[in-house]
Design a protein around this ligand. Sequence first.
Ligand code: F7E
Length: 316
Amino acid sequence: MKALVTGISGFVGSHMAEFLLSRNAEVVGTIRNRSRMNHIEHLGNKIRLVECELRDPFSVETLVEKERPDLIFHLAAQSFVPTSWNSPIDTIHNNVAGQVNLFEAIRRIGLNTKIQIACSSEEYGQVEPGETPIRETNPLRPLSPYAISKVAQDYLGYQYYKSYGLHVVRTITFNHTGPRRGENFVTSNFAKQIVDIEKGKKPPVIYVGNLEAKRDFTDVRDVVRGYWLALEKGTPGEAYNIASGTCYTIAEMLNTLLSFSNVKIEVKTDPARLRPSDVEILLGDYGKFREATGWKPEIPFERTMEDLLHYWRSQT
Ligand SMILES: C[C@H]1O[C@H](OP(=O)(O)OP(=O)(O)OC[C@H]2O[C@@H](n3cnc4c(=O)[nH]c(N)nc43)[C@H](O)[C@@H]2O)[C@@H](O)[C@@H](O)C1=O
């Protein structure tokens, strides 16, 4: 079984590679010439890396023709919401064109590859009272260029299944975190600030944005198991929420991190961290995915937060 992971050097990609190796799959991953390798260095020659620019159709077609994978986990994306306000076209182009190139290559070459696409709970955007926990049937009211790019990826998955019969499974993943989470994202950003304070690298002040937002966090190690199950047992063309079914305010998440540390801190709002519009609440119903695949989250939130702190403590 050959699995291709796009964005293998990223946060989720590196965990996906580890999971696939544990299932004895042959793992090939795409990287770009500017990709940082620190998340996958420990995997050495257990995985094979191919340089591929997903925005370039020729690069993608060459890759797919040569590798002919059985499975594709399409994880490469511009995934940081604030960046999408600074460079909306780049986010939309990167996320949408990359996926179209992948689909077109598979369609033209005529492969039966099963493809998981990484859609996002950001697509739901503005959620009205009474709509939580959110089901896949909820209206999409996206609130950022990033969310728009994910709506496009999601519906392209539907359309390529309907038009050409591509085996695309659309996973709509809610927030996820764990070791190696990029330091821009809130869980890692706060964990790293706490560790910097512990190490005496910065004064005991934590800078924050909107602490009122509510998010549903799943451990990345549970998420990648979900992606595998999505291709093993999911129905092509369908969309499935992957979530924990519980949500916390960002303030509660910060307090959980602090409960694993001895530092005494002051919290200061950094206006640069506030967004033009922020999704107020994301709380997912993963019943459809559980029904289809048997998946449920296994790693408790507290353990994820503790592991994340350990991760930052282990970094120099
Ligand atoms: C499902 C979805 O999940 C992620 O998107 P996100 O929810 O925007 O993730 P985040 O970690 O940047 O923010 C979470 C919340 O936390 C608030 N917040 C407060 N203070 C800070 C702060 O200081 N930094 C950041 N980054 N956020 C802050 C911020 O305003 C927001 O309400 C991505 O994986 C995305 O790819 C994806 O698909």
